[in-house]
Design a binder for this molecule. Structure first.
Ligand code: AMP
Length: 306
């Protein structure tokens, strides 16, 4: 099943304890689609400015079969994000966010995008997420992401968006900020009472929790020896998760759990290099091997009842 994504297509400048990258391909939709393309075909909706290296993006994403018919090229500056990670690689410090052409963007879906059954509203202004959703005919499964920037500046729109999505993914800090609940189980309950049937809370190197009304599932993060740049881990997680759901077209609890592990695997690859580099080189075999590693990581023999 084809998967539609709207989100930022950015130029990122990132500093980590291991190096620096300037104006590299980034953005939530870019990471998401590069990751999801290992599972299914992806249609991307977004905008870039006249200064964007479209050829580079085109080469990277089109070779992965990503449909860029919904990528608008507008006059003006592209979206830019500048961030830094110190030794705690779990949390990015945003140094600058420049919306550029995203501040006047009115998404208009190409006709052939409107029938998408799986939709991911990646991290971007919730007003744009809502505008995209209005144009999709009858999606089977809609998920969204967000971040502190939008929780602070667009809370009302975000609350409206929650009513229209099946699932939300966010990290632990964002979940606490959105819900004003310190406890993550209570934060998840708060969100579940406002629309989504499933809440995915990511905790960086400490893994991810999936909450529904009746269940909690936990998947660890892959214990990597070296994390180079955590940028895009969340979007790549979401790409693996949604890509797998769209490919299998199965929304059972068991399949959602498998999708969380695929997401965790994709998140663990992207952090091995700057930008989307690793997502472009990773193979289906690499992904399968890492999923098998996850299985070994969490299986244990329960032994005799005490
Ligand atoms: P993450 O997966 O959470 O590490 O997301 C990293 C990506 O989010 C970067 O490539 C940024 O360009 C993008 N980003 C940062 N801030 C925003 C924002 N306010 N809205 C949309 N995308 C953003």
């Amino acid at each position: 099943m084809p998967l539609l994504v709207v989100g930022s297509v950015a130029l990122d400048s990132v500093e980590t304890p291991f190096g620096k990258a300037d104006e590299v391909l980034g953005g939530s939709a870019t990471y998401f689609s590069a990751s999801a393309s290992h599972q299914t075909s992806v249609k991307l909706v977004g905008v870039v400015g006249s200064d964007y290296p479209v050829d580079k993006l085109d080469e990277a994403l089109r070779t992965r079969g990503i449909d860029l018919a919904g990528l608008e090229r507008a006059e003006g500056e592209s979206f830019r994000w500048r961030g830094r990670y110190r030794h705690d690689l779990n949390s990015a410090e945003t140094l600058e966010t420049r919306l550029g052409v995203f501040s006047h963007f009115r998404p208009k879906l190409p006709e052939q995008f409107k029938s998408a059954r799986y939709v991911f509203l990646a991290n971007i202004d919730p007003r744009l997420q809502l505008q995209v959703l209005e144009q999709v005919d009858k999606p089977k499964f809609v998920a969204c992401d967000t971040m502190n920037f939008w929780i602070e500046s667009r809370r009302g729109d975000l609350m409206e968006l929650l009513k229209h999505v099946d699932l939300i993914t966010l990290n632990d800090g964002e979940a606490r900020q959105l819900t004003e609940q310190a406890n993550l189980v209570q934060a998840a309950r708060w969100i579940l009472a406002r629309g989504p049937k499933t809440v995915l809370i990511k905790k960086g190197e400490h893994g991810a929790f999936m909450f529904t009304k009746d269940s909690i599932f936990y998947a660890p993060a892959y214990p990597l020896e070296a994390v180079f740049d955590p940028t895009g881990a969340g979007d790549s997680f979401a790409g693996g998760f949604m890509g797998y759901l769209a490919r299998t077209d199965d929304l059972s609890e068991a399949n959602l759990r498998r999708a969380v592990v695929i997401g965790s695997a994709m998140g663990s690859f992207v952090v091995e290099a700057f930008s989307i580099t690793r997502l472009l080189s990773v193979t289906r075999d690499d992904i399968d091997r890492r999923v098998a590693d996850f299985h070994r990581l969490v299986s244990f023999d329960q032994g005799m009842p005490s």
